[in-house]
Design a protein around this ligand. Structure first.
Ligand code: 9MJ
Length: 669
C-alpha cells in the first residue's frame, strides 16, 4: 500500500512530540502538556499506525509494550564488562582511598564526581545508531540477562537518542522504584491480591525480571544513567562529569544530585550534605559514590579484579534498632552447616519486620556475649539477613541464659564435624539428615536451578516427612494421586505441581549442575563447567587436574566436584534423574568456550577495556593469556603505543589484532 507523504510526516511529528513530552515528564519532571493532550497525541498515532501498519518502527512510542511473554531471559555478554564498586564505611577508609590515588598519580589533590548511590538494579543499555537495541542486567559483570523488552517499557529510557550520538555505545545505570512508586505499587498489589514487596529494591528487581513485559509496563520503574561502557564512532569527553552531561544531551536521565567536588574534604562535605537530606530524597540510597573525574587519570589507576581503583562507594550506616532475644535456635543448611539463629521479638527496621537474626557461629556469640533474654541492637543492611551488632548489658535480665552449640545434629542427632581451621561445624550425616535432604531438594527446585514452580519449602518438608521423597530423583516419581493424598493439597494444586515437574525436565546442563547442590558450585561455576566440558559425562569423569583447568575453579572446588561424583549415592541419583528424562539440549558451540586452546598476548593500551578486563574476558571465552610472545602464541592484541612484542609477533608471523578486530572477534565468539 502506498502511504501518503503527509501521513508519514504526521507520524514522525507525533513521535517526536510524544518523546519530547515523555522526556519533559519522566526525565525533567517538568511536564509541558496536560495528560489529556498527551493521550490525544498517542491516540492519533495509534490510529495512524493501525491504518498503516507498515509505518510502525520499533522506536515508535506506541511500541514500548507489545511483545508476548518470554519463557526465560536469554543470556547476554556485555561488550565491555560491568564494574562493581569497592566500599568505604568511615572517614579513614575514604582518606586511604584518596591517598592511594594521589600517591599513584603523584598529585596533591583530586577532582571527584560525587553521585548518590541508588539502591536498585544495575543495567546496561546498548544503543546502536542511536537506537536502543538491548537492555541487560549486570549479572556477574561479564554476562547478564537480556531484559530488553522490559527495559523498553521504562518511559524515562529513550528508545532513540537525540542529537549527535555515537555509532554504538553502552549506557550504564540503575533501574529503581521511588518511595511513592513503591507505596502505590504495594497498594495495587494488595487490591489485586498480589504479593507485597518488602522494599523498593525488591520491587524494582521483581518488576524488571518479569517474563511478561505487560506487567513490567505497569510498574513505576525509573532509570538514572551513571556511566558508559563501550563507545564507538565518537571521542567521548575527557572528564566523567562531561560524559554525564553528554548523556543528558542525548536524552538519558542523570541524577540531579551529581556534583564535582575537590579532594577528600569535598567528598566529606557532599557525604554529610546528602546524608542530611537522605530521608527527604524521593528514592532510597545506601551511600554516595565518588569517581575520579579525569578519564586519563582513571586509565592510569586501572582496576583490581572487577572494581575500579578510581571509584568508591561511601556507605551510610545501615538502620539499627533494639529488640529482645526470645531464643536461640540452630539451623542445618544444605551442606550440613549448623548456624545459630536468634529468634527476636518482631521489630520494624529498614522497611521490613524482622523476626530473626543470624548469629554466624558460637565464637561470634561468645565474642558479643549474646544470651537468651538479652536486649540487642540489630542492624539490617540491604537485602542481607539482619545481624546482632551488640547487646545492651544494663538491660540483661537475671534469668538470661548462655547458649552452647549442640554436640549432635539438632535434626538427626548425628555427630558433628569441624574441619580444622574453619569455624563452621557440620552435621556429618550428609543426605541421611532430613534437614540436609530438605534443603537440597529446596535448592534443586529453586528458580535458578530446576525452577519447579509451586514446589515451595513447606511442600518439600511435607514430602520428606511423609517419606514420599527422600532425594531429588524421587520428585519425578511423584504422581497426582500421591500428591493429592497430602494434607492441605487439592486436586488442582497437585496437578499444577505435576505439570511444573514435567516442565522442569527440559533444562540446561548448567542449571542441572547447579541444581545438584555440589558444595561451592554456584551458578557461575556451574556455567563454566558446562561450557568447558560440554557434557555431563565429561564433568562426571573429570579428574581434579582436569577440573582445575576450568576458569574460576581452584583446588578446593575441584576436590568438592570430584568427590561429589565419586560417591555412589550421588551417581545413582543422577542416573535416576536421567532415567526420568531430565534432559537438556547439547551445549551450543557458541557457549562452548570458543577460544579454548588459543593463546593471546596483549600489548599497548586499549580504549574500551583495561588490561585486566581484557584478560578476564579472554579467559571467560576459554583462552589463555600469556605475558610474552612465542611460537605458541596465536594472537597478539595491539592497542595504542604497543611495545616490542608486536615486532616479535610480526617476525614470527603471528596474527595481530587491533582493538576493533579484537572486539569483533569476541563479539563473534
Ligand atoms: C549507583 N548504584 O547509583 C555506580 N551507582 O559506577 C553509581 N553505581 C557505579 N555509580 C561504577 N552512581 C560501577 C557502579
Amino acid at each position: 500500500m502506498m502511504i501518503p507523504e503527509a501521513i508519514k510526516s504526521r507520524c514522525n511529528e507525533l513521535r517526536k512530540e510524544i518523546e519530547q513530552h515523555n522526556y519533559r515528564y519522566y526525565v525533567l519532571d517538568d511536564p509541558s502538556v496536560t495528560d489529556v493532550n498527551y493521550d490525544q497525541l498517542m491516540d492519533e498515532l495509534i490510529a495512524l499506525e493501525a491504518q498503516y501498519p507498515a509505518l510502525i518502527t520499533p522506536e515508535s512510542p506506541t511500541q514500548r509494550v507489545g511483545a508476548k511473554p518470554l519463557a526465560e531471559f536469554p543470556e547476554v555478554n556485555h561488550i565491555v564488562p560491568m564494574l562493581s564498586l569497592a566500599n568505604a564505611f568511615d572517614e579513614d577508609e575514604m582518606k586511604a582511598f584518596d591517598k592511594r590515588i594521589r600517591d599513584k598519580l603523584e598529585v596533591n589533590t583530586i577532582e571527584y564526581v560525587a553521585e548518590t548511590k541508588l539502591d536498585g538494579l544495575a543495567v546496561n543499555l546498548l544503543y546502536e545508531e542511536g537506537k536502543l537495541t538491548r537492555g541487560a542486567t549486570r549479572g556477574d559483570g561479564a554476562t547478564g540477562e537480556d531484559v530488553t523488552l522490559n527495559v523498553r517499557t521504562i518511559k524515562s529510557i529513550p528508545l532513540h537518542m537525540t542529537g549527535n550520538y555515537p555509532a554504538q555505545m553502552e549506557v550504564r545505570g540503575e533501574v529503581f522504584i521511588s518511595n511513592t512508586g513503591f507505596i502505590a505499587l504495594n497498594k495495587m498489589q494488595e487490591q489485586s491480591g498480589g504479593k507485597l514487596f518488602v522494599n523498593p529494591r525488591n520491587a524494582a528487581a521483581g518488576s524488571l525480571r518479569q517474563l511478561d513485559p505487560k506487567i513490567t509496563a505497569k510498574r513505576p520503574l525509573q532509570f538514572f544513567a551513571h556511566g558508559i561502557g563501550l563507545i564507538e564512532g565518537i571521542n567521548p569527553p575527557a572528564r566523567h562529569a562531561d560524559i554525564l552531561e553528554q548523556l543528558r544531551q542525548w536524552g538519558l536521565p542523570v541524577s540531579p544530585e551529581t556534583r564535582t567536588v575537590n579532594g577528600v574534604v569535598g567528598c566529606f562535605v557532599y557525604y554529610h550534605e546528602i546524608g542530611k537530606r537522605r530521608a527527604q530524597l524521593p528514592y532510597e540510597i545506601d551511600g554516595v559514590v565518588f569517581k575520579v573525574n579525569d578519564i586519563q587519570q582513571q586509565k592510569i589507576l586501572g582496576f583490581v579484579s572487577r572494581a575500579p581503583r578510581w571509584a568508591i562507594a561511601y556507605k551510610y550506616p545501615p538502620a539499627e534498632v533494639s529488640t529482645r532475644v526470645l531464643g536461640i535456635e540452630v539451623q542445618v543448611g544444605r551442606t550440613g552447616a549448623l548456624t545459630p539463629v536468634a529468634r527476636l521479638e518482631p521489630v520494624f527496621v529498614g522497611g521490613v519486620t524482622v523476626t530473626n537474626a543470624t548469629l554466624h557461629n558460637e565464637e561470634e556469640i561468645k565474642r558479643k556475649d549474646i544470651r537468651v533474654g538479652d536486649t540487642v541492637i540489630i542492624r539490617r543492611a540491604g537485602d542481607v539477613i539482619p545481624e546482632v551488632v551488640s547487646i545492651i548489658k544494663d538491660k540483661r535480665p537475671r534469668n538470661s541464659r548462655i547458649f552452647h552449640m549442640p554436640d549432635k545434629c539438632p535434626v538427626c542427632s548425628s555427630d558433628i564435624e569441624q574441619i580444622e581451621g574453619e569455624t563452621i561445624i557440620r552435621c556429618s550425616a550428609g543426605l541421611f539428615c532430613p534437614a540436609q535432604q530438605i534443603q537440597s531438594i529446596i535448592h534443586f527446585a529453586s528458580r535458578l536451578a530446576m525452577d519447579i514452580e509451586g514446589l515451595g519449602d513447606k511442600l518439600v518438608e511435607q514430602l520428606v516427612a511423609t517419606g514420599l521423597v527422600n532425594n531429588v530423583a524421587d520428585l519425578y516419581k511423584l504422581t497426582q494421586e500421591k500428591l493429592a493424598g497430602l494434607e492441605r493439597m487439592g486436586d488442582k494444586s497437585a496437578a499444577n505441581v505435576i505439570h511444573a515437574l514435567e516442565k522442569s525436565k527440559q533444562t540446561t546442563l548448567k542449571r542441572f549442575l547447579y541444581a545438584l547442590g555440589i558444595r561451592e558450585v554456584g551458578e557461575a561455576t556451574a556455567r563454566n563447567l558446562a561450557n568447558y566440558f560440554g557434557t555431563l559425562e565429561a564433568v562426571m569423569n573429570a579428574t581434579v587436574d582436569d577440573l582445575e583447568k576450568v576458569p574460576d575453579v581452584g583446588p578446593v572446588v575441584a576436590q568438592h566436584i570430584a568427590s561429589f561424583f565419586l560417591e555412589t549415592h550421588n551417581r545413582n541419583v543422577v542416573k535416576e534423574l536421567l532415567k526420568s528424562r531430565v534432559q537438556w539440549p547439547a551445549v551450543e558451540k557458541s557457549e562452548l568456550q570458543p577460544l579454548a586452546g588459543k593463546t593471546f598476548v596483549i600489548t599497548g593500551k586499549l580504549d574500551n577495556m583495561t588490561r585486566d578486563e581484557t584478560k578476564e574476558r579472554l579467559q571467560s571465552l576459554g583462552a589463555k593469556v600469556s605475558g610474552s610472545v612465542s611460537k605458541k602464541t596465536d594472537y597478539v592484541i595491539a592497542g595504542s603505543e604497543p611495545g616490542s612484542k608486536i615486532e616479535k609477533a610480526a617476525k614470527l608471523g603471528i596474527e595481530i589484532l587491533d582493538e576493533k578486530a579484537f572486539l569483533d572477534l569476541i563479539r563473534e565468539s
